[in-house]
Design a protein around this ligand. Structure first.
Ligand code: CP
Ligand code: NVA
Length: 305
């Protein structure tokens, strides 16, 4: 499904590189406030079944800069899959709009939206994955490290949507990916198998934070309770407490590593204030890069529309 952006692994390594190169080009254009209007007279529908700061702001700002108009449709507006069937909304919305970005609970709803939409669909997060985030993460690592060769990425915490997108990336883009978290909270087995079967990257499952971060180029974490799981937050805080990214753990990398977090962060839980504010933390560059990476994705998809 090349006319949508649903999973990183729908793209080849070369296509991902094209996207990263374009993202850098568009970032420079944006910073120079160059006139760049590939979406003149076009509209982007942004469907949100869950809350958002970065995704909503970066898509709306990026699309407006590129000459288009973006509509915010919040959780109360559409009731996708509840008030109205996903396949009906897909045809209605794509009848008005040139592109759709959606943040949904169920991944199968994202697939259905894409199947029935006559406009390109961009996955802005589901319970299963978050591909736009990982494009921005790659861009950030590339900018700070100068290359993406022989990367060791250590992810600490919950085996959630962010991890699944990292694994999908690892199935097409070489790296050593370490997942370190408590037993029972590992990522989806089929998605782990994708990496193992691809022969592209190596995957390591760890329950020991100190050895997991040893030699890591990137230490990454995310909330211990994702959207839709917030009622489990207190219980999870106890289960995950040994997997906090703190200053002592960052020292154990033994390397000039960087720290990434997709945000929003719950300071004092999965990450300390000290790590968030440290020089090695590049989380705000990462957040800004959401917009540039997504602008590149939208420009690439526009060619197919
Ligand atoms: N990282 C991210 O997707 O942030 P939001 O939930 O604020 O959009
Ligand atoms: N895992 C988090 C990511 C937020 C961007 C969540 O789904 O809430």
């Amino acid at each position: 499904m090349k006319n949508h952006f649903l999973h990183i692994c729908d793209y080849s390594k070369d296509e991902l590189w094209n996207n990263l190169n374009l993202a850098r080009e568009l970032k420079t254009k944006f910073h120079n406030r160059e006139d760049y209007k590939p979406f003149k007279d076009q509209s982007l529908a942004m469907i949100f079944a869950k809350p958002s700061a970065r995704t909503r702001i970066s898509f709306e700002t990026g699309f407006a800069w590129m000459g288009g108009h973006a509509l915010y449709l919040g959780p109360q507006d559409i009731g996708i899959g509840k008030r109205e069937a996903v396949k009906d909304i897909a045809r209605v919305v794509s009848g008005y709009n040139d592109m759709i970005m959606a943040r949904l609970f169920e991944h199968k709803h994202m697939l259905e939206l894409a199947e029935y939409s006559t406009s390109p669909v961009i996955n802005g997060l589901t319970d299963y994955n978050h591909p736009c985030q990982i494009m921005a993460d790659m861009l950030t690592i590339w900018e700070h490290r100068g290359n993406l060769d022989e990367l060791k990425i250590t992810y600490m915490g919950d085996g959630n949507n962010i991890v699944h997108s990292w694994l999908q990336l690892a199935s097409v883009f070489p790296m050593h990916f370490v997942f370190c978290g408590p037993s029972g909270y590992e990522p989806d087995k089929k998605t782990v198998s994708m990496v193992q079967d691809s022969g592209v990257s190596t995957f390591e499952l760890s329950h020991d934070p100190a050895s997991a971060v040893d030699g890591a180029d990137v230490v990454y974490t995310d909330v211990w309770a994702s959207m839709g799981q917030k009622e489990e937050a207190e219980e999870r805080e106890k289960i995950f407490s040994d997997f906090q990214v703190n200053e002592a753990l960052m020292e154990k990398t033994g390397k000039d590593s960087i720290f990434l977090h997709c945000l929003p962060a719950e300071r004092g839980r999965e990450v300390t204030d000290g790590v968030m504010e440290a020089d090695y933390s590049v989380v705000f560059d990462e957040a800004e890069n959401r917009m540039h990476a997504q602008n590149a994705i939208m420009v690439t998809l526009n060619k197919f529309s």
